[in-house]
Every structure is written in structure tokens, then in C-alpha cells.
Ligand binder design. Structure first.
Ligand code: HEC
Length: 149
């Protein structure tokens, strides 16, 4: 990253410090699922009811860092899972990130959870998609949401 870009990110972090949620989360460019992992479909895609179990797993394993609604906790530098930048990733990519973690940046690996439970959590993450992300898909860049006091 260029020094200017880094400075900009630091400024953003300082700016958002007052907020509990981590709206300025930027995925680590070096933490990317390989293509073959990213294209894996969610085997539970046709069973959306299993996201309820995903919610329980999320509460038990993820909430301490990502918050109850997945918005992330600024102090922990955890990802805001509602952000379009996260929601736009494929199920396979999210599964890969949950499986492998990014320990240098504080995201543990959850390979110890059974595979289907990890897919269940991915389903649950999809239910976190806020109205802002949907608006975003139509192309306003989330500006309205980000501009709120
Ligand atoms: C100890 C704190 C901690 C716990 C527990 C934790 N996370 Fe994270 N998570 C993080 C941090 C920190 C990041 C940001 C890593 C980075 O900056 O690269 C992250 C990033 C992520 C991302 C990447 C978002 C993206 O697309 O870039 C996903 C998905 C995620 N976490 C899901 C989960 C799930 C699901 C669980 C529970 C099974 C979980 N996390 C538990 C701290 C945690």
C-alpha cells in the first residue's frame, strides 16, 4: 500500500473510532480465497431454514468479536459482516475465510467446526444483509448510510 493510501486509512480509522461498529473495514488484500475455494457452492443453499442454527453457532463462536448483528467491533478491528464489501463475496470465499482465519490480523481459524456448521454460518451471514447493502447494489455507493451522524 502506498504511504498516502495508508495515511488515508489511518485517518478513516481514527474518524470511526467513535463508533462501536467497524464500518471502515477493508478486507486484507493478501487474504483471498483461491479461485477453486471461492467457486464452491453452499451445500445448504436450498435449505435456508438451517440459517437459524447458523445464528446459534454465530452467537457462540463469533459474537465476541463481530457483535450480535455482525457489524464488527471497532476495538477488535473485526470485519463488519454487513458491509457490501463482505456481502459481495461468494459463499465459498466466506467459507474459506472462516475455515482458514487470518490470525495475524486477529481472525481465528474455525477449521475445528464441522464443515456443514461453517456453511450454516455462511447462510446466517447472508441474513445479516442490511437495507443499505441492497441500496448499494443499485449503485449509490452507500453514501447515504455512511453520511449519517
Ligand atoms: C477473536 C476475534 C474474532 C472471532 C472470535 C471471529 N472473528 Fe471473524 N474476524 C476478526 C477480525 C479481526 C477480522 C478481520 C481480519 C482482517 O482484517 O483481515 C475478521 C474477519 C472475518 C471475515 C472476513 C470478512 C471479509 O470478507 O473480509 C469473516 C467472514 C469473519 N471474520 C467471520 C467470522 C465468523 C463466522 C466467526 C465465528 C465462527 C468469526 N469471524 C469469529 C475477528 C474475529
Amino acid at each position: 500500500m502506498k504511504p498516502a493510501a495508508l495515511g488515508f486509512c489511518v485517518a478513516l480509522l481514527v474518524f470511526t473510532d467513535a463508533l462501536a461498529q467497524n464500518v471502515e473495514y477493508k478486507p486484507d488484500p493478501n487474504w483471498r480465497a483461491p479461485v477453486e475455494a471461492a467457486v464452491r457452492p453452499n451445500p445448504l443453499a436450498s435449505r435456508p431454514e438451517t440459517s437459524a442454527g447458523g445464528r446459534k453457532l454465530f452467537t457462540r463462536n463469533c459474537e465476541e468479536c463481530h457483535g450480535r448483528d455482525g457489524k464488527g467491533i471497532e476495538k477488535k478491528h473485526s470485519a463488519d459482516l454487513q458491509l457490501p464489501v463482505v456481502q459481495s463475496e461468494s459463499d465459498g470465499a466466506l467459507f474459506w475465510k472462516i475455515t482458514n482465519g487470518n490470525t495475524p490480523r486477529g481472525m481465528p481459524s474455525f477449521s475445528r467446526l464441522p464443515e456443514l456448521q461453517r456453511w450454516q454460518i455462511v447462510l446466517y451471514i447472508r441474513t445479516l444483509k442490511p437495507a443499505a447493502a441492497i441500496t448499494n447494489a443499485t449503485g449509490n455507493g452507500g453514501v447515504e448510510e455512511a453520511g449519517k451522524p
